[in-house]
Design a protein around this ligand. Structure first.
Ligand code: CMP
Length: 143
């Protein structure tokens, strides 16, 4: 699978009323929205999603931030989705992100960086299944 990725519009994106602008930029870049929902992560769900970062200095703050308000996970489809999406959002640290990228445009800090994108095809599949069942995605898309 190299045509799907998971985005999460993070709590700062929702607080800044940027759901529409960021989603439009994603769709304008050729991504098809396969599934989208607004959720509030529990501390356990946030810890599970970010398990690979458990033990890092920023982990506790990351969990606090990701549970501070609603998030919008979006399952996306496009050719070469993981790589193209990471180009679109820019570097994790907005200060290092390229001009025109979503994080350069809207993010305030390395933590409050507006949007998450999967970092590999393997993780994309895992992360999509964190928020959307296969059955649900098939039903939503009329398959
Ligand atoms: P994301 O791409 O979702 O992956 C891990 C998240 O941890 C990252 O975006 C940021 O929101 C947050 N984070 C906070 N500090 C750091 C850091 N120093 N390096 C990487 N990620 C960080």
């Amino acid at each position: 699978m190299n045509n799907k990725t998971l985005a999460i519009l993070k709590p700062d994106c929702i607080k800044k009323n940027l759901i529409g602008k960021v989603t439009a930029q994603i769709q304008d870049a050729g991504f098809k929205v396969l599934g989208m929902k607004m959720i509030r992560l529990t501390p356990d769900a946030a810890k599970g999603f970010y398990e690979v970062h458990n033990g890092k200095v920023f982990f506790d703050n990351l969990i606090e931030y990701m549970t501070s308000g609603p998030c919008v996970p979006i399952a996306l489809e496009r050719e070469n989705a993981v790589e193209e999406f990471r180009k679109l959002i820019g570097a994790t640290d907005p200060a290092k992100a390229e001009e025109g990228t979503i994080r350069k445009l809207y993010a305030d800090s390395i933590q409050e960086n507006i949007v998450h994108g999967s970092d590999s095809n393997e993780n994309a599949a895992k992360e999509i299944s964190h928020f959307f069942s296969r059955k649900e995605l098939l039903e939503i898309n009329g398959l």
